[in-house]
Design a binder for this molecule. Structure first.
Ligand code: SF4
Ligand code: SF4
Length: 839
């Protein structure tokens, strides 16, 4: 929040509320003797070794990996990783330095006013948030003094208007009820919301930020009004566990009534690695499974199994990421029963440390060793620098995780494991025991049945999870069950063929045309196939109907079919998603790309071809290698078949090419995204706004763990860039926009022709074996190869196109997009090409 500058007198920093030439661009962290020892500053060769006391105070400061002593840049640490120590690059004159500790007392004195200001603001925020959400007695009395039960009234208005309401205090000292968003926009003093919070928490993670928030909570609230809760993930740093114990002792002395709780998942984290693989950049399942689920699952409304509504004061700070900087200060958490409040969202690193020093609070030893962020021992979000520290300080704790990553990566085809580990490539894509990918879910098309799901090597019976969907009855046979399920007032007959142990089963339903039914059925199937009782979705059940440990149980008297446990996570089940990712990693890249050599398809080639497709191969302007490449592109675009004959699709494209070239190229692109490895890879892996160049694309394809040779990948990426440069795909469809001198960027292309939208939807539906889709699903991570990702079309533009398609006279789809619906139903009598031709 404040701007930090060096203070050469104290050897520390001071804070000022304006920017100047001296303002530090990176908020510094203190450096202690333990870190210098670990980096070997006291053992530098050739008489350069440093001398410093082993004291409690910091000795110098670090901005990233650059170290400053009394405002002078003295050395840089470079190139650390799991196995290699950092290289120390001393600045001239910084040899054999003798260090004095920072004068902490004087530094704090000089920062006193600034710190008082931010502390007071945070304490006031905690208090007012508590009062707003706690049905604070004082406020209630005030409202009652107005002779109106505002609380009941607000709840009623909220129900009828389906909007979150707030009770606000007007200038004339009276109370009023208004929508929460309007109240916030108008800057009203919110006395109470209709969200009823049962438990207030100060979350404790072992990190510096949550340590500060906990202390602020103890200053803002009576100790009886909140609890301190710590989730032990099973691969916590040993220093975090000991800090928790130390913190507990520290506050218990001051506030004997303050409740501390330590929660854990019922299974060990290594067991989960065996069952669902490693966490990765795009999927940190361990945060939900090992941390938030056990933590919130333990909080029930007193005397019931019902999940308590919780508000957690946490240590989220905007400085930590761009995404976090856009957070509201109070908002919904990961689970439907959880709210989060961020008292120190605007604080910088230096302010956090100044607070810890000012109040002499216990500090995680890992910070003294040089970690900038305290997480788990092995974490996709940590850095090579963190790897160096944990492997040096806690080799025994790190070893079992590294062993598993090594074994599974080897099995997935990674050759140089050492480099793979050092470069942290394991975090890009999940790996896991290949056995777990034996579970399969398929949704094949079948005659007479609108929904068919086949599960192989599943974990649960269908009937374990089906009760969450709707009421059903079933007559069970030895291998065949027949039943009926009633969903939204309609009865659907179903049959299930299964083996004795339910490892394999096939569910078939007639007339399942309701896209909501299909959506939830898919999630029931995922849960039945993959559920390993991880606890994560249980927290979202608002009624206490669901419990998953030791077995999945749904209390039919309590289940209200709200489907929150099904809406949880992209696939309805965190384990289903993990295993899908591992399957993706294990897929080997096809060598199909070799057919293009280094040539991209060109617009001039296609024009020449369409001028006379039959004569083209006898006489054309292309060289031999170019001709060979063009043949491969035409096949992948489905313009020609395996015998090089023009297809019905090719004839249609030829017919429209002169008049509507862009439509032709949009349709071609949809086919290429399906058949061409490299176009497919680009469409679904490079999001809109992502800058890239040839090298970064090659690196990304290589990091996928592909089995293709480096040269093959290089050729494929060259061909792709040529395609962008020589066809409308690059410039007009914005795949290849200029970003900087060396980089291009993918833009959003919203001008997609409605015919192309219809073609893409029909093709996608054909692959999925369904005629019903949902807009929200197409934009979710559920479908990695969603048709909307081919063009990077925005949701708004896509919805506009759906409205147009829905209102044409010979409509090829029904789009129900009002009143919160987002359903798309395609016609049974059309295929992708006939759909386009009908418009
Ligand atoms: S979340 Fe909803 S659907 Fe699921 S078990 Fe609980 S009440 Fe039933
Ligand atoms: S269904 Fe729920 S409890 Fe079971 S593995 Fe999936 S997320 Fe975990």
């Amino acid at each position: 929040m404040y701007k930090a500058i060096w203070d050469t007198e104290t050897g520390g920093v001071t804070l000022q509320n304006y920017k100047s030439d001296e303002t530090l661009s990176v908020s510094p962290r203190p450096v202690f003797y333990e870190e210098l020892d670990l980096l070997g500053l006291d053992k530098l060769p050739d008489g350069k070794a440093w001398h410093y006391p082993h004291c409690k105070e910091p000795l110098l400061w670090a901005c990233n990996k650059q170290y400053y002593y009394k405002g002078q840049f003295v050395f840089e640490a470079k190139g650390a990783n799991l196995y290699d120590s950092a290289t120390i690059v001393l600045q001239p004159g910084a040899e054999s330095l003798t260090l004095d500790p920072v004068n902490v007392k004087e530094m704090l004195e000089r920062c006193k006013d600034a710190m008082f200001h931010i502390e007071s603001e945070a304490i006031e925020f905690i208090r007012s948030t508590y009062e707003q959400y706690s049905r604070n007695k004082l406020m209630r009395e005030k409202a009652q003094a107005n002779q109106i039960d505002f609380e009941t009234l607000a709840a009623k208005v909220e129900k009828s208007q389906k909007k979150k309401m707030a009770i606000v205090k007007e200038d004339c000292e009276s109370f009023d009820i208004m929508p929460m968003d309007q109240a916030k926009d108008a800057g009203k003093l919110i006395y109470q919301t209709t969200a009823k919070i049962d438990v207030f928490l100060a979350s404790f993670s072992g990190g510096k930020d949550s340590q500060v928030v906990l202390d602020l909570c103890t200053r803002a609230l009576p100790p009886e009004t909140f609890q301190v809760i710590y989730a032990d993930t099973g691969y916590e740093l040993p220093t975090s566990i000991s800090l928790y114990k130390q913190t507990q002792r520290y506050y218990r002395k001051k506030f004997p009534s303050l409740v501390f709780r330590l929660e854990k998942n019922h299974e060990s984290v290594l067991n989960y690695w065996d069952k669902i693989g490693t966490p990765s950049d795009s999927h940190r399942w361990c945060c939900s499974v090992m941390k938030t689920a056990p933590l919130y699952r333990s909080l029930k409304v007193e005397g019931t199994n019902k999940q308590a509504r919780v508000l957690t004061f946490d240590g989220v700070r905007a400085e930590e990421s761009v995404r976090r900087s856009s957070y509201n200060r109070v908002g919904k958490g990961k689970h439907t029963t959880v709210f989060n409040a961020h008292p120190i969202i605007t604080w910088d690193t230096i302010e956090i440390y100044l607070y810890l020093l000012e109040y002499d609070l216990p500090i995680n030893e890992a910070y003294r060793m040089g970690k900038a962020r305290v997480g788990c021992i092995v974490c996709p979000f940590s850095t090579s620098w963190d790897d160096m520290i944990v492997n040096k300080v806690f080799p025994n704790e790190t070893a079992p995780f590294i062993k598993k990553i090594s074994e599974w990566s080897k099995e997935a085809g990674v050759k140089d494991i050492n480099t793979y580990l050092k470069d942290r490539k394991w975090k890009i894509k999940a790996t896991g025991n290949p056995i777990i990918t034996r579970t399969k879910v398929e949704f094949p098309a079948a005659k007479n049945y609108s929904f068919v799901a086949k599960v192989t090597n599943g974990k649960k019976r269908l009937y374990d999870w089906l009760p969450t969907l709707a009421a059903f009855s079933v007559i069970e046979g030895e291998k065949l069950d027949k039943g009926e399920i009633q969903f939204m007032g309609i009865v659907y007959p179903f049959r299930v063929e299964h083996d004795k142990d339910w490892h394999n089963f096939t569910l078939k339903i007639q007339g399942a045309d309701d896209s909501r039914l299909v959506y939830y059925l898919r999630r029931i199937i995922n849960k039945s196939a993959y559920c390993i009782n991880c606890e994560a979705c249980e927290v979202d059940c608002p009624t206490g109907a669901l419990s998953v440990v030791p077995v999945v149980k749904i209390d039919n008297n309590k289940c209200i079919h709200c489907h929150k446990c099904l809406d949880f996570h992209d696939k309805g089940c965190i384990a289903a998603d993990c295993i899908r990712m591992i399957e993706d990693t294990n897929k080997k890249v096809s060598a199909k790309v070799q057919g293009y050599k280094t040539f991209g398809m060109r617009e001039v080639w296609l024009s020449e071809f369409f001028a006379d497709p039959e004569a083209f191969w006898e006489d054309n302007s292309l060289g031999t290698a170019q001709e060979e490449s063009f043949r491969a592109w035409l096949k992948d675009a489905e313009i020609t078949d395996t015998k090089n004959m023009i297809t019905p699709f090719g004839k249609y494209i030829k017919g429209i090419y002169q008049d509507d070239m862009y439509l032709a190229w949009e349709l071609l692109l949809i086919n290429l995204a399906r058949n061409s490895y490299i176009v497919n890879w680009f469409c679904y892996n490079i999001p809109v706004g992502h800058p890239y160049n040839k090298k970064s694309l090659i690196d990304m394809v290589t990091e996928e763990g592909t089995s293709a040779a480096t040269k093959t990948i290089d050729n494929a990426v060259s061909a792709l860039i040529q395609l962008f440069k020589n066809t409308p795909i690059g410039e007009e469809f914005k795949f290849y926009e200029s970003f900087s001198n060396t980089m291009n960027v993918r833009g959003s292309y919203d001008m997609v022709n409605e015919k192309s939208i219809a073609y893409a939807l029909y093709r996608f539906a054909e692959e999925q074996g369904t005629k019903t889709l949902r807009v929200s699903e197409l934009y979710s991570a559920d479908y990695k190869e969603s048709p909307v990702k081919i063009f990077g079309i925005s949701k708004q533009a896509f919805m506009r196109s759906l409205h147009t398609l829905n209102s044409t006279s010979n409509r090829v789809l029904i789009a129900e997009l009002n009143l919160g619906l987002d359903h798309i139903t395609l016609r049974d009598d059309l295929d992708p090409l006939t759909a386009v031709m009908s418009i």
